[in-house]
Design a protein around this ligand. Structure first.
Ligand code: IPD
Ligand code: CA
Ligand code: CA
Length: 264
């Protein structure tokens, strides 16, 4: 477990926002039956969670900048620190009453992610990492899975929303990965996919067209759990490339080789 003033700030903010999200998720079932569905309600829940996080983080670290999914970029006086915040990752799941979603908060210091919190309210699973101090799930130290053969592996992927990214390219990648792995899944939460690789529940994960708030925290979890992460094409920085491929050292390298071979 990591005990530091920074972690306390992050965990308090995330837990506070999670209480509202959990309450709102409880309402979703009642709204499914309406013709319009719970769309506006979910947007409001998302915004409320973001406002709670923004307020708590700005109060605790007034100078830091923020990059948030709903509010966009909020410049801080301290140009060396930026929070990357997704108040609700897994929106489509939430909207449909599927209990697989989380809050993700990562802190970047001069281009390096140094602290991460991902919280899954329904399972009460809290993932933490600080650079150089390891990654933890509910106080238990995390290690990526050790499998060395893709044929035994579970692979996760994400697909772009309708109208964004390239579905044809993903289908080609999927065919190539499916042909050599033990199983392939799409969960609907990029942050939890990264967390799953960090704790060894999944072996590899890749996705294109994702944002810094989707991946900042999860990337640190993976790396602090001994895993490797690059862009989907093998580039050094997923955050600037907007894509990710991760896993243990061996399988991550093999995944990238497959994705490169498929090409654009
Ligand atoms: C999305 C989820 C999804 C991923 C998308 C993200 P949202 O975030 O992480 O798994 O495939 O790329 O945009 O919209 O639920 O916050
Ligand atoms: Ca997201
Ligand atoms: Ca979101």
């Amino acid at each position: 477990m990591i005990v530091s003033p920074l972690m306390t700030v992050m965990v308090d903010a995330v837990r506070k926002a999670a209480r509202g999200l959990k309450r709102d998720f409880g309402e979703i079932e009642n709204l499914q039956v309406s013709r319009k569905g719970p769309g506006d309600f979910v947007t409001a829940a998302d915004r409320k969670a973001e406002a709670t996080l923004r307020e708590a983080l700005m109060k605790a670290r007034p100078g830091y900048g923020l990059i948030m999914e709903e509010s966009g970029v909020i410049e801080g006086q301290d140009k060396t620190h930026t929070w990357h915040v997704d108040p609700l990752d897994g929106t489509t799941n939430f909207l449909h009453g599927v209990p697989h979603f989380c809050i993700s908060v990562g802190l970047e210091r001069e281009g390096t992610i140094v602290a991460a919190v991902i919280y899954e309210p329904i399972k009460d699973e809290l993932y933490l990492a600080e650079r150089g101090k390891g990654a933890f799930l509910n106080n238990k130290r995390l290690r990526v899975a050790g499998r060395q053969d893709l044929a035994d592996s579970l692979a996760l992927y994400g697909s772009p929303y309708l109208g964004r990214g390239s579905h044809p390219r993903l289908l080609k990648e999927l065919a190539a990965v499916m042909a050599v792995t033990g199983g392939v899944r799409q969960t609907g939460s990029a942050a939890l996919d990264l967390a799953a690789v960090a704790c060894g529940r999944a072996d590899v994960y890749w996705e294109r067209d994702i944002k810094t708030w989707d991946m900042a925290a999860g990337l640190l979890l993976v790396r602090e759990a001994g895993g490797f992460a690059s862009s989907a094409d093998g580039g050094a920085d997923p955050m600037t490339a907007g894509s990710v491929a991760c896993g243990n050292e061996v399988l991550q390298r093999e995944l990238v080789a497959i994705l490169r071979k498929v090409g654009g």
